[in-house]
Write a protein that binds this ligand. Structure first.
Ligand code: SF4
Length: 427
């Protein structure tokens, strides 16, 4: 059966390939630009095609080639990356661009690509196959699903990745490996969907073991997910003359090197200290609940009230009107919203990357939750003597952002522990 998969799939791809801005159509002359292939693959790792397309175009407008990106200030790339997933990918994007520019172009082999900053096994294989026509086994979440069904592999993920990869290797052809990889991605994104695979339209239907056994809906099997530990922390809103104090987070750790509100040192390993960064009275504004890959953070947000002391933390004052463009990661953008009210920060509804938030490789969905303790306008109006404001009723619950997408998303085991989850807390 293995040798019949590629011809059937490539024949389908020649007729049904999706037109995407980083792709050349099947049969087009010349290889695609490796810079564009690489950029798209990195963007698509945590975000869907629909969300990536406008962001990809905007990114290319700013940095049209590897030399331009290599010369870009990292903080500008980080800000442009907001809403596209792990910020470490943006840092690595710049590091990789500089390494590639220095050596005069992308290497062509999978092994040499793998040695570049931020290129994991998936991205290296995808770039080698798509941009350079090298035979490489390209396995993302969509391909995992297709292969698990095609071979009716019962082992639960993530343990099943090894046999899935071996099966994917067995069907990967030496000719047109890039088209084959993209055809598998397209099949997973448009036909072999997580729920309701459209087997009647599938070019592999007669070869598919799961379909023959009527088990396609139940594959791949996923192991039960372990509960993540919960951490508690606090973030501090310090405002002066229409400006708020922002700090730059340490380079290592969650949301590394990003702009943020001062906080109390929470981490993947433990709670924050709860100690404010300077003397004064602090008003609770609410909480943001935020899921990282390895833990869930319950972040209290408190605002300073009264005259500012001299012992302020080191940071920069950013005008409230400029906050939306400050590139705050979503955790702190939501915290800022508790203080200022939307839409001072990029909102999910305004964020093209957020309209179609990816389904994670493990089938979980991203969410964060926010519970205001006091309305932002109420806080703005509160005079210094109105200590009861903090006890006003909490806003009603708003559930949001529990979305499915079932579209192309390539969370490819290169994740680095910064993944966030978004939503709204019940009050
Ligand atoms: S026949 Fe159905 S389950 Fe099998 S690969 Fe095609 S769409 Fe997926």
């Amino acid at each position: 059966m293995e040798d019949r998969v590629a011809p059937a799939l490539l024949d389908w791809y020649d007729r049904q390939a999706r037109a995407l801005p980083w792709r050349l159509p099947p049969g087009a002359a010349g290889p695609p630009d490796p810079y564009r292939v690489w950029l798209a693959e990195v963007m698509l790792q945590q975000t869907t095609v629909a969300a990536v397309v406008p962001r990809y175009r905007r990114f290319l407008d700013r940095w049209p080639d590897i030399a331009a990106l290599a010369a870009a200030p990292p903080e500008a790339v980080m800000a442009e990356w907001a809403g596209l997933g792990y910020y470490s990918r943006a840092r690595n994007l710049v590091a990789c661009a500089r390494a590639v520019a220095e050596r005069g172009g992308f290497p062509e082999s999978e092994a040499a690509l793998r040695a570049l900053p931020g290129l994991g096994a998936y991205t290296a294989a995808a770039v080698a196959a798509i941009a350079f026509g090298r035979r490489a086994v390209v396995v993302d979440a969509n391909v995992e699903r297709v292969v698990a069904r095609l071979f009716a592999l019962d082992d639960p993920l993530p343990g099943a990745r090894k046999p899935i990869r071996a099966a994917a290797d067995a069907i990967t052809p030496a000719a047109r490996p890039g088209d084959f990889a993209q055809a598998m991605m397209d099949l997973g994104a448009t036909v072999c969907l997580p729920r309701g695979p459209d087997c009647l339209l599938c070019p592999l239907a007669t070869l598919c073991a799961a379909r023959a056994e009527g088990r396609q809906e139940g594959l791949p099997v996923r192991a039960a997910r372990r509960a993540r530990p919960e951490r508690r922390g606090a973030a501090w809103w310090i405002e002066r003359d229409g400006q708020v104090l922002l700090v730059t987070r340490p380079a290592k750790g969650p949301l590394g090197a990003m702009r943020a509100l001062p906080d109390d040192g929470w981490s993947v390993h433990g709670d924050g200290s709860g100690a404010p960064p300077c003397a004064g009275e602090w008003i609770p504004l609410g909480r943001v609940r935020h899921g990282f890959t390895h833990f869930v953070l319950d972040l209290a947000v408190l605002a300073h009230r009264g005259p500012l002391p001299r012992d302020l933390p080191e940071g920069e004052w950013v005008a409230l009107k400029d906050l939306a463009a400050a590139g705050l990661p979503r955790l702190f953008a939501l915290a800022a919203d508790l203080a200022t009210g939307p839409p001072h920060s990029p909102r999910r509804s305004d964020d093209p990357a957020a309209k179609d938030q990816p389904q994670r490789r493990d089938g979980q969905h991203d969410q964060a939750e926010i519970a205001p303790a006091i309305g932002p306008r109420q806080r703005a109006r509160a005079d210094p003597g109105d200590g009861d404001r903090q006890h006003e009723p909490v806003a009603p619950a708003q559930k949001r952002d529990r979305r499915r997408d079932g579209q192309q998303q390539r969370d490819n085991a290169e994740r680095d522990g910064e993944q966030v989850q978004h939503g709204v807390l019940p009050s």
